[in-house]
Design a protein around this ligand. Structure first.
Ligand SMILES: [Zn+2]
Length: 181
């Protein structure tokens, strides 16, 4: 394992000197900076922007990550390539109190302990996960007419009450389709 103690983490917030209150940090990086093939396989290849809002109180600190990135995806129905702007967000609560750890019901994903004297927090892994979670489960075309035809055909087949083609142009379209089938 390579120890990179001198090198700054990709998404890192310096806590030293931050008093109580809300602070906003903006990061601009590219998908390749994360060095993770899962991101590129998910479609991220270009610029990624990460906004981090740190809100410190006496004994707790909330960290909200917001990611915006373009991803190259493909339509689930027609496989046409689609580039989408994906928005992700994730919130983590950091507690300075040791007592918080005793509560087993707390979600480990969102509640973490932190040394009140910690100089910085590395949010690279959290940003990476937020990006992956921002990828939609279903992707379909929004403005591809070929894909819309495909959707309508599928609906008519499953719907028994579907109205048959009544206009002449629709009939000729059907004939034309059969001709090339
Ligand atoms: Zn499509």
């Amino acid at each position: 394992m390579v120890v990179m103690s001198k090198e700054r983490a990709l998404i890192e917030v310096r806590l030293a000197g931050l008093s109580q209150g809300a602070y906003e940090f903006d990061f601009a990086c590219s998908a390749g900076d994360f060095g993770d093939t899962a991101l590129t396989e998910a479609g991220f290849s270009k610029d990624i922007s990460v906004k981090v809002v740190v809100d410190r109180t006496d004994n707790e600190m909330s960290v909200t990550l917001t990611t915006v990135a373009k991803a190259d995806l493909s339509c689930d129905l027609c496989l046409a390539p689609i580039t989408m702007e994906l928005h992700g967000s994730y919130r983590i609560y950091y507690s300075y109190e040791q007592a918080a750890e005793q509560n087993e019901d707390r979600d480990e994903e969102e509640y973490r302990l932190i040394d009140s004297n910690a100089l910085s927090i590395d949010l690279t892994e959290d940003a990476r996960e937020t990006l992956l979670l921002s990828v939609p489960m279903k992707v379909t075309c929004t403005d591809n007419p070929d894909c819309q035809v495909f959707i309508q055909e599928g609906q008519n087949e499953s719907d028994g009450d579907a109205t048959p083609p009544d206009s002449s142009w629709q009939e000729s379209l059907e004939k034309l389709k059969n001709k090339y089938r």
